[in-house]
Design a binder for this molecule. Structure first.
Ligand code: HEC
Length: 131
């Protein structure tokens, strides 16, 4: 009898280990390419462009208040040209990094993830190109 209890424990432990392994796999698949996941482990700023990176972050986090229809604070961020203006005059980086003298954005919400801030910074540092 004692032998079976032992066996049962081994089977139980290995199933739990397997389950845990499956769960990890799933998280790895979801995490790396999700630009909005603050738990993201690695941050790839190597292929940042306006169309594939920056506009997506802005539409997810900013357009609810800064579309042409909302235009909160008179700020509209719905086109490349408008985002470029905010990038060039320093307001874009100022508000998302919560720098002194700027109104912290997203207003009333959590700060963008470090990775998303790094990606936008990379694009701004590159001269905010229309790519
Ligand atoms: C919940 C609404 C809301 C969200 C979401 C939001 N903003 Fe704003 N934003 C405002 C308001 C309101 C103002 C006007 C200033 C103030 O009240 O602080 C403003 C002002 C600004 C300004 C002008 C600041 C200045 O000094 O002239 C910029 C730039 C800006 N927001 C960028 C962003 C960016 C980038 C995001 C997304 C990361 C964002 N906002 C998300 C509401 C919002």
């Amino acid at each position: 009898m004692k032998r079976y209890v032992h066996l049962f424990l081994i089977v139980l432990t290995s199933s739990l280990a397997l389950l845990a392994a499956c769960k990890d796999d799933k998280e790895e698949e979801i995490t790396p390419n999700n630009p909005n996941n603050p738990q993201q482990q690695q941050c790839d700023t190597g292929s940042v462009t306006f169309s594939s990176t920056v506009s997506g972050i802005i539409s997810t986090n900013c357009l609810a208040c800064h579309s042409a229809a909302m235009a909160q604070g008179g700020m509209i961020l719905d086109t490349y040209a408008r985002v470029k203006t905010a990038a060039d005059n320093g307001k874009l980086m100022g508000v998302i990094t919560h720098a002194a003298g700027f109104s912290p954005m997203p207003k009333g919400g959590p700060k963008l993830s470090d990775c998303n801030i790094a990606k936008i910074k990379k694009w701004v540092d590159d001269g905010a190109p229309n790519n």
